[in-house]
Design a protein around this ligand. Sequence first.
Ligand code: M6R
Length: 615
Amino acid sequence: MCGIVGYVGEKNATPIIIDGLQRLEYRGYDSAGVAVFQEGEIRLRRDVGKLNNLRTRLAADPITGGIGIGHTRWATHGVPAEHNAHPHISMDGEFVVVHNGIVENYLELRDELQAEGVEFKSETDTEVIVQLVARFAANGAQGDLTEATRKAVSYLRGAHAIVVMSKRQPDRLVAVRIGNAGGVALGLGDGENFIASDIPAILEQTRKMIFLETRQMATVWADHVDVQTLDGKTLHPEIHDVAWDPVSAAKGEYKHFMQKEIFEQARSITDTIRGRVDFEHETVILGDLDLTPQQAQDIQRIVTVACGTSYYSGLVGKFYIENLARVNVEVDYGSEYRYRNPILNDKTAVLAITQSGETVDTLAAMEEARDKGAQLWSIVNAIGSQAMRIADGYITMNAGPEIGVASTKAFTSSIVDQYLLALYLGQQRGTLPEALRRQHVHDLARLPDLVGRVLDRSAEVEALAHKLYQYTDFLYLGRGINYPIALEGALKLKEISYIHAEGYPAGEMKHGPIALIDEHMPVLAIALKDSVYDKMISQIEQAKARGGIVIAIATEGDTFIGTKADHVLYIPQAPEMLTPILAVIPLQLLAYSVAVARGADVDQPRNLAKSVTVE
Ligand code: M6R
Protein backbone atom coordinates (compact mmCIF):
# COMPACT_ATOMS: atom_id res chain seq x y z
CA MET A 1 0.00 0.00 0.00
CA CYS A 2 2.92 2.31 -0.65
CA GLY A 3 2.26 5.87 -1.81
CA ILE A 4 4.35 8.11 -4.04
CA VAL A 5 4.26 11.91 -4.41
CA GLY A 6 6.60 14.11 -6.44
CA TYR A 7 6.74 17.86 -7.08
CA VAL A 8 8.66 20.21 -9.36
CA GLY A 9 7.97 23.95 -9.45
CA GLU A 10 8.55 27.25 -7.71
CA LYS A 11 7.09 26.39 -4.32
CA ASN A 12 8.66 24.51 -1.44
CA ALA A 13 8.26 20.83 -2.36
CA THR A 14 8.38 19.47 1.21
CA PRO A 15 4.92 20.51 2.53
CA ILE A 16 3.29 19.65 -0.80
CA ILE A 17 4.76 16.16 -0.69
CA ILE A 18 3.90 15.60 2.97
CA ASP A 19 0.35 16.82 2.38
CA GLY A 20 0.01 14.45 -0.58
CA LEU A 21 1.33 11.52 1.44
CA GLN A 22 -1.09 12.39 4.21
CA ARG A 23 -3.98 12.00 1.76
CA LEU A 24 -2.78 8.45 1.06
CA GLU A 25 -2.53 7.51 4.73
CA TYR A 26 -5.70 5.44 4.49
CA ARG A 27 -3.77 2.92 2.41
CA GLY A 28 -1.59 2.00 5.38
CA TYR A 29 2.22 2.20 5.75
CA ASP A 30 4.97 1.61 8.26
CA SER A 31 7.48 4.35 7.44
CA ALA A 32 7.76 7.48 5.35
CA GLY A 33 10.40 9.68 3.77
CA VAL A 34 11.05 12.69 1.60
CA ALA A 35 14.00 13.85 -0.51
CA VAL A 36 14.41 17.45 -1.70
CA PHE A 37 17.12 19.11 -3.77
CA GLN A 38 18.53 21.94 -1.68
CA GLU A 39 21.66 24.00 -2.25
CA GLY A 40 23.29 21.61 -4.67
CA GLU A 41 22.60 18.43 -2.64
CA ILE A 42 19.89 15.82 -2.27
CA ARG A 43 18.64 16.11 1.33
CA LEU A 44 16.85 13.14 2.79
CA ARG A 45 14.58 12.77 5.83
CA ARG A 46 13.01 9.43 6.74
CA ASP A 47 11.37 7.90 9.77
CA VAL A 48 9.44 4.84 10.85
CA GLY A 49 5.83 4.95 11.96
CA LYS A 50 3.31 7.65 11.14
CA LEU A 51 3.87 10.77 9.08
CA ASN A 52 3.82 12.80 12.26
CA ASN A 53 7.19 11.33 13.19
CA LEU A 54 8.57 12.51 9.86
CA ARG A 55 6.93 15.91 10.39
CA THR A 56 8.59 16.26 13.79
CA ARG A 57 11.94 15.39 12.27
CA LEU A 58 11.41 17.92 9.47
CA ALA A 59 10.42 20.60 11.96
CA ALA A 60 13.69 20.05 13.84
CA ASP A 61 15.77 19.72 10.67
CA PRO A 62 13.88 21.29 7.75
CA ILE A 63 14.60 20.79 4.05
CA THR A 64 13.37 23.19 1.40
CA GLY A 65 13.61 23.22 -2.36
CA GLY A 66 11.56 23.38 -5.52
CA ILE A 67 11.85 19.71 -6.44
CA GLY A 68 11.38 16.57 -4.41
CA ILE A 69 9.90 13.10 -4.01
CA GLY A 70 8.26 11.34 -1.07
CA HIS A 71 6.96 7.93 -0.17
CA THR A 72 5.00 6.00 2.40
CA ARG A 73 6.36 2.47 2.63
CA TRP A 74 4.79 -0.76 3.62
CA ALA A 75 7.62 -3.25 3.94
CA THR A 76 8.16 -6.09 1.47
CA HIS A 77 11.93 -6.57 1.59
CA GLY A 78 13.56 -5.68 4.87
CA VAL A 79 11.92 -4.75 8.16
CA PRO A 80 10.25 -1.38 8.73
CA ALA A 81 13.26 0.76 9.68
CA GLU A 82 14.64 4.14 8.79
CA HIS A 83 17.38 2.73 6.56
CA ASN A 84 14.80 0.68 4.62
CA ALA A 85 12.36 3.58 4.18
CA HIS A 86 12.21 5.31 0.79
CA PRO A 87 13.58 7.43 -0.85
CA HIS A 88 16.75 5.45 -1.44
CA ILE A 89 19.88 7.24 -2.52
CA SER A 90 22.65 5.91 -4.76
CA MET A 91 26.10 5.24 -3.34
CA ASP A 92 27.49 8.33 -5.12
CA GLY A 93 24.72 10.46 -3.57
CA GLU A 94 23.62 11.67 -7.00
CA PHE A 95 20.31 9.90 -7.51
CA VAL A 96 17.32 9.14 -5.35
CA VAL A 97 14.32 6.89 -5.97
CA VAL A 98 10.88 5.99 -4.67
CA HIS A 99 9.23 2.78 -5.84
CA ASN A 100 6.09 0.67 -5.63
CA GLY A 101 6.31 -2.98 -6.68
CA ILE A 102 8.64 -5.94 -6.27
CA VAL A 103 11.96 -6.30 -8.09
CA GLU A 104 11.76 -10.04 -8.68
CA ASN A 105 15.41 -10.41 -9.60
CA TYR A 106 16.80 -8.05 -6.95
CA LEU A 107 19.09 -10.66 -5.39
CA GLU A 108 20.95 -11.31 -8.62
CA LEU A 109 21.11 -7.58 -9.42
CA ARG A 110 22.39 -6.81 -5.93
CA ASP A 111 25.10 -9.49 -6.26
CA GLU A 112 26.10 -8.07 -9.63
CA LEU A 113 26.30 -4.50 -8.30
CA GLN A 114 28.14 -5.57 -5.15
CA ALA A 115 30.69 -7.32 -7.34
CA GLU A 116 31.21 -3.95 -9.04
CA GLY A 117 31.92 -2.39 -5.64
CA VAL A 118 28.52 -0.90 -4.83
CA GLU A 119 27.75 -0.81 -1.11
CA PHE A 120 24.12 -1.22 -0.14
CA LYS A 121 22.66 0.60 2.83
CA SER A 122 19.30 -1.16 3.02
CA GLU A 123 17.81 -4.64 2.71
CA THR A 124 15.28 -3.45 0.15
CA ASP A 125 14.80 -4.54 -3.42
CA THR A 126 14.28 -0.86 -4.33
CA GLU A 127 17.87 0.14 -3.68
CA VAL A 128 19.08 -1.85 -6.69
CA ILE A 129 17.05 0.50 -8.91
CA VAL A 130 18.85 3.64 -7.79
CA GLN A 131 22.24 1.95 -7.91
CA LEU A 132 21.48 0.85 -11.47
CA VAL A 133 20.48 4.40 -12.44
CA ALA A 134 23.79 5.63 -11.02
CA ARG A 135 25.67 2.91 -12.91
CA PHE A 136 24.13 3.86 -16.26
CA ALA A 137 24.34 7.60 -15.65
CA ALA A 138 28.09 7.15 -15.23
CA ASN A 139 28.35 4.68 -18.05
CA GLY A 140 26.37 5.01 -21.26
CA ALA A 141 23.74 7.65 -20.53
CA GLN A 142 26.14 10.62 -20.18
CA GLY A 143 24.53 11.64 -16.94
CA ASP A 144 21.07 12.03 -18.48
CA LEU A 145 18.42 11.03 -15.94
CA THR A 146 15.85 9.88 -18.50
CA GLU A 147 18.29 7.68 -20.38
CA ALA A 148 19.93 6.28 -17.24
CA THR A 149 16.49 5.41 -15.83
CA ARG A 150 15.39 3.86 -19.11
CA LYS A 151 18.47 1.63 -19.12
CA ALA A 152 18.13 0.76 -15.44
CA VAL A 153 14.50 -0.32 -15.66
CA SER A 154 15.25 -2.58 -18.61
CA TYR A 155 17.09 -4.81 -16.09
CA LEU A 156 14.16 -5.11 -13.70
CA ARG A 157 11.78 -8.05 -13.65
CA GLY A 158 8.31 -7.47 -12.20
CA ALA A 159 5.79 -4.66 -12.09
CA HIS A 160 6.84 -1.20 -10.94
CA ALA A 161 5.93 2.42 -10.40
CA ILE A 162 9.13 4.44 -10.00
CA VAL A 163 10.10 8.09 -9.62
CA VAL A 164 13.75 9.19 -9.78
CA MET A 165 15.43 12.51 -9.05
CA SER A 166 18.99 13.53 -9.89
CA LYS A 167 21.47 15.94 -8.38
CA ARG A 168 22.99 16.50 -11.84
CA GLN A 169 19.69 17.54 -13.47
CA PRO A 170 17.74 19.06 -10.57
CA ASP A 171 15.07 20.57 -12.80
CA ARG A 172 13.23 17.34 -13.58
CA LEU A 173 11.78 14.10 -12.24
CA VAL A 174 11.51 10.87 -14.20
CA ALA A 175 8.54 8.57 -13.61
CA VAL A 176 8.12 5.03 -14.97
CA ARG A 177 5.24 2.61 -14.99
CA ILE A 178 5.81 -1.05 -15.84
CA GLY A 179 2.88 -3.40 -15.36
CA ASN A 180 0.32 -2.80 -12.67
CA ALA A 181 2.18 -2.21 -9.43
CA GLY A 182 -0.01 0.85 -9.02
CA GLY A 183 -0.72 3.87 -11.11
CA VAL A 184 1.40 6.84 -12.04
CA ALA A 185 -0.61 10.06 -12.38
CA LEU A 186 1.05 13.24 -13.65
CA GLY A 187 -0.72 16.32 -12.31
CA LEU A 188 -0.37 19.37 -14.55
CA GLY A 189 -0.23 22.77 -12.84
CA ASP A 190 0.67 26.29 -13.85
CA GLY A 191 4.45 26.48 -13.76
CA GLU A 192 4.52 23.41 -11.54
CA ASN A 193 3.84 19.72 -12.01
CA PHE A 194 3.10 16.80 -9.73
CA ILE A 195 3.47 13.04 -9.74
CA ALA A 196 1.46 10.63 -7.60
CA SER A 197 0.69 6.95 -7.31
CA ASP A 198 -2.93 7.85 -6.48
CA ILE A 199 -5.08 10.74 -7.58
CA PRO A 200 -6.24 11.89 -4.11
CA ALA A 201 -2.64 12.79 -3.26
CA ILE A 202 -2.58 15.69 -5.72
CA LEU A 203 -6.24 16.45 -6.36
CA GLU A 204 -6.09 19.58 -4.17
CA GLN A 205 -3.34 20.86 -6.45
CA THR A 206 -4.74 20.17 -9.92
CA ARG A 207 -7.52 18.38 -11.75
CA LYS A 208 -5.61 18.05 -15.02
CA MET A 209 -3.92 14.70 -15.14
CA ILE A 210 -2.15 12.27 -17.44
CA PHE A 211 -2.16 8.60 -16.49
CA LEU A 212 0.85 6.60 -17.58
CA GLU A 213 0.09 3.25 -19.16
CA THR A 214 2.29 0.23 -18.69
CA ARG A 215 5.78 0.51 -20.22
CA GLN A 216 5.59 4.28 -20.39
CA MET A 217 7.83 6.85 -18.77
CA ALA A 218 7.64 10.60 -18.30
CA THR A 219 10.21 13.28 -17.77
CA VAL A 220 8.53 16.02 -15.76
CA TRP A 221 9.80 19.61 -15.62
CA ALA A 222 8.02 22.54 -13.94
CA ASP A 223 6.66 23.83 -17.24
CA HIS A 224 6.19 20.73 -19.38
CA VAL A 225 6.18 16.96 -19.46
CA ASP A 226 7.51 14.56 -22.03
CA VAL A 227 5.83 11.14 -22.16
CA GLN A 228 7.48 8.28 -24.02
CA THR A 229 7.30 4.54 -24.33
CA LEU A 230 10.17 2.69 -22.70
CA ASP A 231 11.47 2.20 -26.25
CA GLY A 232 11.80 5.95 -26.68
CA LYS A 233 8.76 6.69 -28.85
CA THR A 234 7.26 10.09 -27.99
CA LEU A 235 3.58 10.00 -27.05
CA HIS A 236 0.82 12.61 -26.86
CA PRO A 237 -1.33 11.22 -24.07
CA GLU A 238 -4.84 12.40 -23.29
CA ILE A 239 -5.13 14.99 -20.53
CA HIS A 240 -7.99 14.03 -18.21
CA ASP A 241 -10.06 16.53 -16.31
CA VAL A 242 -10.62 14.69 -13.03
CA ALA A 243 -13.87 15.56 -11.25
CA TRP A 244 -13.76 17.09 -7.78
CA ASP A 245 -16.45 15.07 -6.08
CA PRO A 246 -14.96 12.42 -3.80
CA VAL A 247 -16.70 9.46 -5.47
CA SER A 248 -15.55 10.31 -8.99
CA ALA A 249 -12.13 11.22 -7.67
CA ALA A 250 -11.84 7.88 -5.92
CA LYS A 251 -12.72 6.09 -9.19
CA GLY A 252 -9.99 8.04 -10.94
CA GLU A 253 -9.50 6.95 -14.51
CA TYR A 254 -12.08 4.17 -14.25
CA LYS A 255 -15.82 4.19 -14.97
CA HIS A 256 -16.75 1.93 -12.08
CA PHE A 257 -15.26 0.83 -8.79
CA MET A 258 -15.45 -2.77 -9.93
CA GLN A 259 -13.35 -1.95 -12.98
CA LYS A 260 -10.85 -0.07 -10.81
CA GLU A 261 -10.67 -2.94 -8.36
CA ILE A 262 -10.08 -5.49 -11.12
CA PHE A 263 -7.23 -3.37 -12.47
CA GLU A 264 -5.78 -2.83 -8.99
CA GLN A 265 -5.07 -6.50 -8.50
CA ALA A 266 -1.35 -6.53 -9.26
CA ARG A 267 -0.97 -3.93 -6.55
CA SER A 268 -3.44 -5.42 -4.07
CA ILE A 269 -1.72 -8.81 -4.40
CA THR A 270 1.64 -7.15 -3.77
CA ASP A 271 0.10 -5.68 -0.63
CA THR A 272 -1.13 -9.11 0.42
CA ILE A 273 2.32 -10.61 0.05
CA ARG A 274 4.05 -7.61 1.64
CA GLY A 275 5.60 -8.32 5.02
CA ARG A 276 4.64 -12.00 4.88
CA VAL A 277 7.61 -13.25 2.89
CA ASP A 278 11.27 -12.92 3.71
CA PHE A 279 12.54 -12.95 0.13
CA GLU A 280 16.16 -13.14 1.18
CA HIS A 281 15.74 -16.31 3.26
CA GLU A 282 12.68 -17.48 1.30
CA THR A 283 10.49 -18.09 4.32
CA VAL A 284 6.92 -17.15 5.15
CA ILE A 285 6.05 -15.15 8.26
CA LEU A 286 2.45 -14.93 9.44
CA GLY A 287 2.79 -12.82 12.56
CA ASP A 288 -0.91 -12.63 13.41
CA LEU A 289 -1.28 -16.40 13.35
CA ASP A 290 2.05 -17.16 14.92
CA LEU A 291 2.06 -20.93 15.37
CA THR A 292 4.97 -22.79 16.90
CA PRO A 293 6.10 -25.87 14.93
CA GLN A 294 4.40 -28.00 17.60
CA GLN A 295 1.11 -26.10 17.37
CA ALA A 296 1.22 -26.42 13.59
CA GLN A 297 1.93 -30.14 13.80
CA ASP A 298 -0.93 -30.68 16.24
CA ILE A 299 -3.52 -29.54 13.71
CA GLN A 300 -5.22 -32.56 12.23
CA ARG A 301 -7.93 -30.92 10.15
CA ILE A 302 -8.90 -27.52 8.80
CA VAL A 303 -12.52 -26.62 8.13
CA THR A 304 -12.96 -23.56 5.95
CA VAL A 305 -16.26 -21.71 6.35
CA ALA A 306 -17.31 -18.91 4.02
CA CYS A 307 -20.08 -17.65 1.74
CA GLY A 308 -20.32 -16.71 -1.94
CA THR A 309 -17.07 -15.69 -3.54
CA SER A 310 -15.17 -16.28 -0.31
CA TYR A 311 -16.42 -19.87 -0.33
CA TYR A 312 -14.98 -20.40 -3.81
CA SER A 313 -11.72 -18.93 -2.60
CA GLY A 314 -11.76 -21.56 0.15
CA LEU A 315 -12.11 -24.29 -2.50
CA VAL A 316 -8.87 -23.10 -4.13
CA GLY A 317 -7.21 -22.87 -0.71
CA LYS A 318 -8.04 -26.53 -0.07
CA PHE A 319 -5.72 -27.47 -2.96
CA TYR A 320 -2.92 -25.37 -1.52
CA ILE A 321 -3.16 -26.51 2.08
CA GLU A 322 -3.62 -30.19 1.30
CA ASN A 323 -0.75 -30.16 -1.19
CA LEU A 324 1.79 -28.08 0.68
CA ALA A 325 0.95 -28.65 4.33
CA ARG A 326 -0.58 -32.13 4.07
CA VAL A 327 -3.53 -31.26 6.30
CA ASN A 328 -7.00 -32.44 5.43
CA VAL A 329 -9.26 -29.50 4.50
CA GLU A 330 -13.05 -29.42 4.28
CA VAL A 331 -14.81 -26.39 2.84
CA ASP A 332 -18.27 -25.60 4.11
CA TYR A 333 -20.87 -22.94 3.44
CA GLY A 334 -21.04 -20.57 6.39
CA SER A 335 -24.80 -20.52 5.92
CA GLU A 336 -25.11 -24.30 6.34
CA TYR A 337 -22.49 -25.06 8.94
CA ARG A 338 -24.49 -24.57 12.10
CA TYR A 339 -27.37 -26.70 10.82
CA ARG A 340 -25.60 -30.02 10.77
CA ASN A 341 -24.03 -30.46 14.18
CA PRO A 342 -20.42 -30.54 12.91
CA ILE A 343 -17.76 -32.68 14.57
CA LEU A 344 -15.02 -30.48 15.98
CA ASN A 345 -12.30 -30.55 18.60
CA ASP A 346 -9.21 -28.60 19.60
CA LYS A 347 -7.13 -30.34 16.90
CA THR A 348 -9.35 -28.74 14.26
CA ALA A 349 -8.76 -25.21 13.02
CA VAL A 350 -11.82 -23.49 11.60
CA LEU A 351 -10.77 -20.94 8.98
CA ALA A 352 -13.36 -18.26 8.22
CA ILE A 353 -12.84 -16.36 4.96
CA THR A 354 -14.76 -13.12 4.72
CA GLN A 355 -13.96 -9.90 2.92
CA SER A 356 -16.27 -7.79 5.06
CA GLY A 357 -15.64 -9.75 8.25
CA GLU A 358 -19.29 -9.14 9.08
CA THR A 359 -21.18 -11.78 7.08
CA VAL A 360 -23.69 -13.07 9.57
CA ASP A 361 -23.63 -16.68 8.34
CA THR A 362 -19.85 -16.90 8.49
CA LEU A 363 -19.83 -15.35 11.96
CA ALA A 364 -22.46 -17.87 13.10
CA ALA A 365 -20.27 -20.70 11.80
CA MET A 366 -17.36 -19.25 13.76
CA GLU A 367 -19.46 -19.16 16.91
CA GLU A 368 -20.49 -22.77 16.38
CA ALA A 369 -16.81 -23.70 16.04
CA ARG A 370 -15.87 -21.77 19.16
CA ASP A 371 -18.63 -23.47 21.17
CA LYS A 372 -17.33 -26.86 20.06
CA GLY A 373 -13.74 -26.08 21.09
CA ALA A 374 -12.05 -25.65 17.70
CA GLN A 375 -9.27 -23.15 17.08
CA LEU A 376 -10.55 -20.15 15.22
CA TRP A 377 -8.68 -18.44 12.38
CA SER A 378 -9.92 -15.86 9.93
CA ILE A 379 -8.91 -14.30 6.64
CA VAL A 380 -10.46 -10.83 6.46
CA ASN A 381 -10.14 -7.66 4.44
CA ALA A 382 -11.96 -5.22 6.72
CA ILE A 383 -9.55 -4.41 9.54
CA GLY A 384 -11.16 -4.48 12.96
CA SER A 385 -14.21 -6.41 11.74
CA GLN A 386 -15.96 -8.96 13.92
CA ALA A 387 -14.38 -11.97 12.18
CA MET A 388 -10.96 -10.55 12.90
CA ARG A 389 -11.74 -9.68 16.52
CA ILE A 390 -13.19 -13.01 17.58
CA ALA A 391 -10.54 -15.20 15.91
CA ASP A 392 -7.57 -16.69 17.77
CA GLY A 393 -5.39 -15.79 14.82
CA TYR A 394 -5.99 -13.99 11.55
CA ILE A 395 -4.46 -13.11 8.19
CA THR A 396 -5.53 -9.83 6.68
CA MET A 397 -6.04 -9.61 2.91
CA ASN A 398 -4.64 -6.06 2.69
CA ALA A 399 -6.50 -5.60 -0.58
CA GLY A 400 -7.63 -2.08 0.37
CA PRO A 401 -11.27 -0.98 0.47
CA GLU A 402 -13.45 -2.92 -1.96
CA ILE A 403 -16.40 -0.74 -2.93
CA GLY A 404 -17.95 -2.67 -5.85
CA VAL A 405 -20.51 -5.12 -4.51
CA ALA A 406 -19.10 -7.86 -6.72
CA SER A 407 -15.94 -9.02 -5.04
CA THR A 408 -12.82 -9.11 -7.22
CA LYS A 409 -9.57 -8.03 -5.63
CA ALA A 410 -10.56 -9.44 -2.24
CA PHE A 411 -11.07 -12.80 -3.95
CA THR A 412 -7.56 -12.93 -5.38
CA SER A 413 -6.02 -11.58 -2.17
CA SER A 414 -7.82 -14.18 -0.08
CA ILE A 415 -6.44 -16.89 -2.38
CA VAL A 416 -2.93 -15.48 -1.95
CA ASP A 417 -3.49 -15.49 1.83
CA GLN A 418 -4.28 -19.19 1.68
CA TYR A 419 -1.23 -19.84 -0.45
CA LEU A 420 0.82 -18.11 2.24
CA LEU A 421 -1.00 -20.07 4.94
CA ALA A 422 -0.27 -23.35 3.15
CA LEU A 423 3.42 -22.47 2.80
CA TYR A 424 3.57 -21.35 6.41
CA LEU A 425 1.93 -24.53 7.68
CA GLY A 426 4.15 -26.65 5.43
CA GLN A 427 7.20 -24.81 6.76
CA GLN A 428 6.15 -25.08 10.43
CA ARG A 429 4.99 -28.69 10.15
CA GLY A 430 8.07 -29.75 8.22
CA THR A 431 5.97 -31.21 5.38
CA LEU A 432 7.33 -28.92 2.70
CA PRO A 433 10.87 -29.60 1.48
CA GLU A 434 13.03 -26.51 1.64
CA ALA A 435 13.75 -26.44 -2.10
CA LEU A 436 10.04 -26.53 -2.86
CA ARG A 437 9.33 -23.76 -0.37
CA ARG A 438 11.99 -21.62 -2.01
CA GLN A 439 10.47 -22.30 -5.42
CA HIS A 440 7.01 -21.28 -4.21
CA VAL A 441 8.39 -18.07 -2.71
CA HIS A 442 9.97 -17.30 -6.08
CA ASP A 443 6.68 -17.98 -7.79
CA LEU A 444 4.88 -15.60 -5.42
CA ALA A 445 7.33 -12.83 -6.27
CA ARG A 446 6.42 -13.25 -9.94
CA LEU A 447 2.70 -13.13 -9.33
CA PRO A 448 2.05 -9.35 -9.47
CA ASP A 449 3.79 -9.14 -12.83
CA LEU A 450 1.86 -12.10 -14.22
CA VAL A 451 -1.39 -10.48 -13.06
CA GLY A 452 -0.36 -7.29 -14.82
CA ARG A 453 0.20 -9.23 -18.03
CA VAL A 454 -3.32 -10.67 -17.88
CA LEU A 455 -4.71 -7.17 -17.34
CA ASP A 456 -2.76 -5.91 -20.34
CA ARG A 457 -5.00 -8.10 -22.52
CA SER A 458 -8.25 -6.57 -21.24
CA ALA A 459 -9.16 -5.11 -24.66
CA GLU A 460 -9.48 -8.66 -26.05
CA VAL A 461 -11.96 -9.53 -23.32
CA GLU A 462 -13.96 -6.38 -23.94
CA ALA A 463 -14.17 -7.15 -27.68
CA LEU A 464 -15.41 -10.66 -26.90
CA ALA A 465 -18.00 -9.31 -24.46
CA HIS A 466 -19.54 -7.34 -27.32
CA LYS A 467 -20.10 -10.61 -29.18
CA LEU A 468 -21.61 -12.40 -26.20
CA TYR A 469 -23.65 -9.94 -24.17
CA GLN A 470 -27.01 -10.86 -25.66
CA TYR A 471 -26.92 -14.53 -24.72
CA THR A 472 -29.05 -15.44 -21.72
CA ASP A 473 -27.43 -18.65 -20.43
CA PHE A 474 -23.78 -19.55 -19.89
CA LEU A 475 -22.01 -22.65 -18.64
CA TYR A 476 -18.58 -22.31 -16.97
CA LEU A 477 -16.35 -25.38 -16.70
CA GLY A 478 -13.05 -25.95 -14.95
CA ARG A 479 -11.16 -28.87 -13.52
CA GLY A 480 -8.64 -29.49 -10.76
CA ILE A 481 -7.44 -26.34 -9.06
CA ASN A 482 -9.41 -24.23 -11.54
CA TYR A 483 -12.82 -25.76 -11.01
CA PRO A 484 -13.61 -23.22 -8.26
CA ILE A 485 -12.69 -20.50 -10.76
CA ALA A 486 -15.45 -21.74 -13.06
CA LEU A 487 -17.88 -21.34 -10.15
CA GLU A 488 -16.58 -17.85 -9.39
CA GLY A 489 -16.69 -16.79 -13.06
CA ALA A 490 -20.33 -17.83 -13.29
CA LEU A 491 -21.18 -16.05 -10.04
CA LYS A 492 -19.57 -12.82 -11.28
CA LEU A 493 -21.58 -12.91 -14.50
CA LYS A 494 -24.90 -13.55 -12.82
CA GLU A 495 -24.35 -10.99 -10.05
CA ILE A 496 -23.75 -7.97 -12.22
CA SER A 497 -25.28 -8.74 -15.62
CA TYR A 498 -28.29 -10.78 -14.39
CA ILE A 499 -27.52 -13.47 -16.97
CA HIS A 500 -28.13 -17.04 -15.91
CA ALA A 501 -24.77 -18.76 -15.54
CA GLU A 502 -23.83 -22.12 -14.05
CA GLY A 503 -20.38 -23.11 -12.90
CA TYR A 504 -19.43 -26.78 -12.84
CA PRO A 505 -16.45 -29.04 -12.34
CA ALA A 506 -15.91 -30.05 -15.98
CA GLY A 507 -16.16 -33.77 -15.30
CA GLU A 508 -19.70 -33.26 -14.00
CA MET A 509 -20.91 -31.83 -17.32
CA LYS A 510 -21.89 -35.22 -18.66
CA HIS A 511 -23.86 -35.96 -15.50
CA GLY A 512 -26.53 -33.38 -16.23
CA PRO A 513 -25.70 -29.92 -17.57
CA ILE A 514 -24.74 -31.31 -20.99
CA ALA A 515 -28.49 -31.55 -21.62
CA LEU A 516 -28.61 -27.75 -21.72
CA ILE A 517 -25.93 -27.26 -24.36
CA ASP A 518 -26.97 -26.00 -27.77
CA GLU A 519 -26.09 -23.10 -30.04
CA HIS A 520 -27.76 -20.69 -27.59
CA MET A 521 -25.48 -21.56 -24.71
CA PRO A 522 -21.90 -20.29 -24.64
CA VAL A 523 -19.61 -22.65 -22.72
CA LEU A 524 -16.64 -21.09 -21.03
CA ALA A 525 -13.89 -23.65 -20.45
CA ILE A 526 -10.75 -23.03 -18.41
CA ALA A 527 -8.36 -25.23 -20.39
CA LEU A 528 -4.83 -24.36 -19.38
CA LYS A 529 -1.66 -26.28 -20.21
CA ASP A 530 -1.67 -28.07 -16.88
CA SER A 531 -2.24 -31.52 -15.42
CA VAL A 532 -5.87 -31.66 -16.62
CA TYR A 533 -5.42 -30.11 -20.07
CA ASP A 534 -6.29 -33.24 -22.08
CA LYS A 535 -9.41 -33.78 -20.00
CA MET A 536 -10.53 -30.22 -20.65
CA ILE A 537 -9.97 -30.62 -24.40
CA SER A 538 -12.27 -33.62 -24.39
CA GLN A 539 -14.96 -31.61 -22.52
CA ILE A 540 -14.62 -28.87 -25.12
CA GLU A 541 -15.08 -31.43 -27.88
CA GLN A 542 -18.21 -32.76 -26.22
CA ALA A 543 -19.63 -29.25 -25.90
CA LYS A 544 -18.81 -28.49 -29.55
CA ALA A 545 -20.48 -31.71 -30.65
CA ARG A 546 -23.73 -30.36 -29.11
CA GLY A 547 -23.46 -27.05 -30.99
CA GLY A 548 -22.17 -25.04 -28.01
CA ILE A 549 -20.13 -21.88 -28.55
CA VAL A 550 -16.90 -22.51 -26.70
CA ILE A 551 -14.74 -19.79 -25.16
CA ALA A 552 -11.47 -21.15 -23.80
CA ILE A 553 -9.25 -19.57 -21.18
CA ALA A 554 -5.92 -20.91 -22.39
CA THR A 555 -2.18 -20.66 -21.89
CA GLU A 556 -0.20 -18.29 -24.10
CA GLY A 557 1.52 -20.26 -26.82
CA ASP A 558 -1.20 -22.92 -27.04
CA THR A 559 -2.25 -22.64 -30.69
CA PHE A 560 -3.89 -26.07 -30.77
CA ILE A 561 -6.77 -24.86 -28.63
CA GLY A 562 -7.73 -22.39 -31.36
CA THR A 563 -8.67 -25.37 -33.54
CA LYS A 564 -11.14 -26.56 -30.89
CA ALA A 565 -12.66 -23.44 -29.34
CA ASP A 566 -14.57 -20.61 -31.03
CA HIS A 567 -12.84 -17.90 -29.00
CA VAL A 568 -9.67 -17.99 -26.90
CA LEU A 569 -8.60 -15.68 -24.07
CA TYR A 570 -4.97 -16.20 -23.09
CA ILE A 571 -3.19 -15.95 -19.77
CA PRO A 572 0.60 -16.22 -19.42
CA GLN A 573 2.33 -19.49 -18.66
CA ALA A 574 2.62 -19.85 -14.91
CA PRO A 575 3.12 -22.47 -12.21
CA GLU A 576 -0.14 -24.41 -11.83
CA MET A 577 -0.78 -23.17 -8.28
CA LEU A 578 -0.83 -19.57 -9.48
CA THR A 579 -3.22 -20.18 -12.36
CA PRO A 580 -6.51 -19.71 -10.44
CA ILE A 581 -5.43 -16.16 -9.58
CA LEU A 582 -4.67 -15.46 -13.24
CA ALA A 583 -7.56 -17.35 -14.83
CA VAL A 584 -10.21 -15.54 -12.79
CA ILE A 585 -9.16 -12.13 -14.14
CA PRO A 586 -10.47 -12.55 -17.71
CA LEU A 587 -13.68 -13.90 -16.16
CA GLN A 588 -14.01 -10.82 -13.94
CA LEU A 589 -13.34 -8.60 -16.96
CA LEU A 590 -15.83 -10.52 -19.10
CA ALA A 591 -18.58 -10.20 -16.47
CA TYR A 592 -17.78 -6.51 -16.15
CA SER A 593 -17.80 -5.77 -19.89
CA VAL A 594 -20.96 -7.82 -20.50
CA ALA A 595 -22.73 -5.98 -17.67
CA VAL A 596 -21.64 -2.59 -19.06
CA ALA A 597 -22.79 -3.61 -22.54
CA ARG A 598 -26.19 -4.52 -21.07
CA GLY A 599 -26.42 -1.19 -19.25
CA ALA A 600 -26.49 -2.78 -15.79
CA ASP A 601 -25.60 -0.99 -12.57
CA VAL A 602 -22.20 -2.62 -12.15
CA ASP A 603 -21.21 -1.32 -8.74
CA GLN A 604 -24.58 -1.73 -7.06
CA PRO A 605 -26.33 -4.67 -8.66
CA ARG A 606 -29.96 -5.16 -7.79
CA ASN A 607 -30.85 -7.13 -4.66
CA LEU A 608 -27.24 -7.50 -3.49
CA ALA A 609 -25.44 -5.96 -0.53
CA LYS A 610 -21.73 -5.64 0.05
CA SER A 611 -21.99 -7.01 3.53
CA VAL A 612 -24.75 -9.55 4.20
CA THR A 613 -25.56 -9.01 7.86
CA VAL A 614 -28.99 -10.68 7.87
CA GLU A 615 -29.67 -14.36 7.67
O1 M6R B 1 -17.80 -10.35 3.03
P1 M6R B 1 -17.81 -11.82 2.67
O2 M6R B 1 -16.58 -12.24 1.97
O3 M6R B 1 -18.11 -12.67 3.85
O4 M6R B 1 -19.02 -11.95 1.66
C1 M6R B 1 -19.46 -13.20 1.24
C2 M6R B 1 -20.42 -13.08 0.09
O5 M6R B 1 -21.57 -12.39 0.49
C3 M6R B 1 -19.79 -12.35 -1.09
O6 M6R B 1 -18.61 -12.97 -1.50
C4 M6R B 1 -20.76 -12.29 -2.26
O7 M6R B 1 -20.91 -13.54 -2.83
C5 M6R B 1 -20.27 -11.23 -3.22
N1 M6R B 1 -21.36 -10.44 -3.71
C6 M6R B 1 -19.44 -11.79 -4.32
O8 M6R B 1 -19.19 -10.96 -5.37
